[in-house]
Design a protein around this ligand. Structure first.
Ligand SMILES: *Cc1c(COP(=O)(O)O)cnc(C)c1O
Length: 259
């Protein structure tokens, strides 16, 4: 016996009558993924990347859930994202990848945000602003170890490395870099980037270090340093190209089958 129309009773139950589909975000799965990443990276601190509205899942729900689960440090891409996050999490440590755009220092200071400084010029500007405030405010420095997107080149590091006055004006709380090929665990570039990161950060004041995104955490203990910065794995994405996904799906979509 066949029917002209096949109804899916389960979907009909869950999808509101005036809708055709229902997308749900499973915050328990998000936290399970966070706990998994934290275990994998221990004893490093596990931060969370919540840029682009927490990868589209909704930062207003995602960030407080992570905070309640014990996440204390967050990364966003832009200053408006950081201001929105500050309103949600008054006590979190918040870093902004896009760094110190002209005229933004006062916003950073007022909302207690930390710029990720991407050039020698930005480091000089932050130091100058800190001197003006009379406060050595925290910041991160991003070293380009081979991603070729953002960060200090070897020449930039050279230009600022011995400038004591510069480094004493500010408070360097993190030195970081970003892996380009960590989704392929056998790629030679992973170890090469780690070596460049080590040799360049050795020329800067000693502080905490961070290299691994989600895929980098799966590369093992040599890549986790003091703090890890997962994004996609938190949200259930598979960070590597091969093998089963160790993380739980967070996004679920059910749709009605009309016919
Ligand atoms: C987006 C981003 C991350 C997170 O990367 P995932 O691959 O999503 O884990 C980490 N660090 C930087 C600099 C980023 O831009």
């Amino acid at each position: 016996m066949s029917h002209a129309r096949t109804r899916d009773a389960a979907a009909d139950d869950k999808v509101p009558p005036d809708s055709t589909a229902l997308l749900t975000i499973d915050l328990d799965a998000l936290i399970a993924n966070y706990d998994r990443l934290r275990e994998l990276a221990a004893p490093a601190e596990c931060a969370a990347v919540v840029k682009a509205d927490a990868y589209g899942l909704g930062v207003t729900e995602v960030a407080p859930a992570l905070w309640r689960a014990g996440c204390k440090t967050f990364f966003v891409a832009t200053l408006p994202e950081a201001e929105e996050l500050r309103a949600l999490l008054p006590e979190a440590v918040i870093y902004v990848f896009s760094g110190l755009l002209p005229g933004t220092a006062d916003i950073y200071r007022k909302a207690d945000l930390r710029p990720v400084l991407n050039s020698a010029e930005e480091i000089r500007e932050w130091a100058a602003q800190c001197s003006r405030y009379g406060e050595a405010l925290p910041c991160a420095v991003h070293i380009d170890s081979g991603m070729n997107r953002l960060g200090l080149t070897a020449a930039d590091v050279e230009a600022v490395s011995n400038n004591r006055e510069l480094w004493s004006a500010l408070s360097l709380s993190l030195v970081m870099s970003h892996l380009a090929c960590a989704d392929d665990a056998s790629h030679a570039k992973n170890a090469a980037q780690r070596d460049i990161f080590d040799s360049l950060r050795a020329r800067l004041p000693e502080t905490r270090a961070s290299l691994a995104n989600s895929a980098g955490i799966l590369l093992g203990a040599d890549f986790v340093y003091d703090l890890v910065r997962p994004g996609i794995a938190l949200y259930g994405g598979h960070p590597q190209r091969r093998g089963p996904n160790p993380f739980q799906p967070v996004v679920h979509l059910i749709g009605r089958i009309l016919q």
